[in-house]
Structures are given as C-alpha cells and as structure tokens.
Write a protein that binds this ligand. Structure first.
Ligand SMILES: [Zn+2]
Length: 303
C-alpha cells in the first residue's frame, strides 16, 4: 500500500497513531484460518500500516472525516490497516499468496516468515507463490534483507501484464511520481526469481480449484485469487480496498498508488457488485477479516 514511502515517512505516520493503536494492534494476529472445502486458508499478518487521508485524497473531506471519527479514529486519520499475505494448504501442499513487505518499508513489518513458522511451515516448503501484484507491501517479503530470494524452492506466478509493466523502462520513466520508486523493489524481485517465474494470462488455473481473477487498474496485472471446492468459495481480492472504512462506502475513492485510477474504480465497482450478487465470501491483503458483500445505502458493506 505504501511502496514509495520513506522509512522516515512511515515512522512519522506511525507516531501519529493513537497510543492504544500502536504496539497492541501491530501485534494483533490475523483472523482465520478459513476452510474452503478441503483447502485451509490462513491469513499471515505482516504488520499494520497507518493509512493517512493524503493517500486516499477524497478522504480529506467532511464525508471522510465523518467515516473516520465514526470508526473511533481521529478525523484526520491515520487509519491503521493490515498488511496480509495468505498461506493456502491442501493435502500436504503449501502455497503462498503474496509475501508482505519484508524489510523494504522499514520496521514494523516483515512478520510473514514468523507467521509461517507458527504454522509449522518453513520457507523452503512453499512450492508456489502467487503474486497479486508487484507493489512492495506484497512482494518485498520475497526478498532477504540483502535482496536475494527468501523462498528457495518456490515458483513465482504472476500475470504477464504485471511482469511487462514493471520491466518496462519507458513505463518507469513516465510513471507518476508516487509510483516511480516502486520499480526498484519490483525489478529486484523479478531479478531474484528470474529462473523460476511463470507468467499467466487472464483467468488462468493456478492449481486445481484455484483460479486467477484479473482485477486491473491498481496495477496493470493486479489479480485476485478465487478458491473453490464444492459449493464453497473464497475470493482473495488483493488491493481492491486499502481502507474498508473509506472505500466500501465510496468505491470511487482511489489511492495515490493506482496505475490507472479510472480503471481501478471500474474494477472495484464490478467486483463489489459481482460479490454482492453471488454472495461471494471475500478477504484481502488490507482487510482484517473475511465477509460477504452487501449493497448499502452508500456504496457497499462487508458483513
Ligand atoms: Zn497493498
């Protein structure tokens, strides 16, 4: 969510958190695990990020301030938001969806490996890592502090469009300022895993019962992962929302890191509506829980 921020900026932002929201919230375990048929899906909490209204510019409005104060937060934020990766297991196999921030965004993150260990899983046991997109709060944890591959045996799977965008020198040169520093981490990840990257396109089958769901706009190859077994389904939707408090009622409120804000809005509305119609259970990298989507008087609600 914050791939371009400096450590100083992050530290300053976390200093703004109400006292009660600092350490205890940072240490809060993720919810779950969730059963989806024979799959076990365990959110791995990498850390907690202080989202400031300047990162969702529309939130610096009376409507935004009302939502924040209604949630017990200061009117000017920040709103503490989780950063999650997900461990997905079935029949002795271990897959990861995203890997958290690692050490690239400073202190307060990099808990995915410890969360994996608490589940009895060593990094070398992970056979495949599906990456929702290449922003640092999802891909930074793929790297050791010296920028080598942290997962010795894992294949890295992501959308072809995502690899193309972050590998493109012209895209880097012409990117809006908040996006430009993200290229460094993205390219370090692609380099560290270069011999074991698999590119997929569209709604590819990632494993039996698990499909990619392209959700473009936040980044060109941003994707969710739809897990299905029998009648049970769970959509892990990546960064469709960075703030449940602000963006569920206002799906047209964009974050400053969207590559294509207009497409991000269209995608967010489309998937929220689909989830509401289909009664789909959803969770995400910046959601503290899972739930179903309902249409609300204003926008949508996670229930
Ligand atoms: Zn993110």
């Amino acid at each position: 969510m914050s791939p371009h921020l400096s450590r100083r900026h992050l530290l300053a932002a976390s200093a703004l958190l109400p006292l009660g929201l600092q350490r205890p919230a940072m240490a809060a375990p993720a919810s779950g695990p969730y059963r989806v048929g024979a799959f076990t899906v365990t959110p791995l909490r990498d850390g907690l990020f202080p989202l400031e209204p300047s990162m969702i510019p529309a939130a610096a409005s009376p409507a935004g301030q009302t939502l924040l104060t209604g949630a017990g937060l200061p009117a000017k934020g920040p709103s503490p938001e989780p950063v999650n990766a997900f461990l997905i297991r079935r029949g002795g196999r271990h897959w990861l969806l995203d890997a958290g921030c690692g050490t690239v965004l400073g202190p307060g993150f990099d808990r995915v490996t410890a969360a994996l260990a608490a589940e009895g899983v060593r990094p070398e046991q992970v056979e495949t890592i599906w990456l929702s997109h290449l922003h640092a709060d999802h891909a930074g944890g793929l790297l050791t502090p010296d920028r080598l591959a942290r997962f010795a045996n894992a294949e890295l799977v992501l959308q072809e469009r995502e690899v193309a965008y972050w590998s493109d020198a012209a895209a880097r040169a012409s990117a809006p300022a908040p996006l430009r520093p993200m290229f460094e981490t993205a390219q370090a990840v692609l380099a560290a895993y270069s011999s074991r990257i698999r590119r997929v396109s569209g709604e590819a089958e990632l494993a039996p019962g698990i499909h990619a769901l392209p959700l473009p706009g936040h980044t060109p190859g941003h994707m969710g992962v739809l897990i299905a077994d029998g009648s049970e389904r769970l959509l892990i939707w990546g960064d469709i929302v960075h703030s449940r408090i602000l963006q569920m009622p206002h799906p047209d409120w964009t974050v400053i890191w969207d590559t294509d804000p207009a497409e991000a809005i269209t995608t967010r509305r489309r998937i929220l509506d689909r989830a509401a119609v289909e009664g789909l259970r959803v969770t995400g990298m910046h959601l503290a829980t899972r739930g179903r989507i309902e249409r609300a008087d204003t926008g949508y609600a996670l229930v």
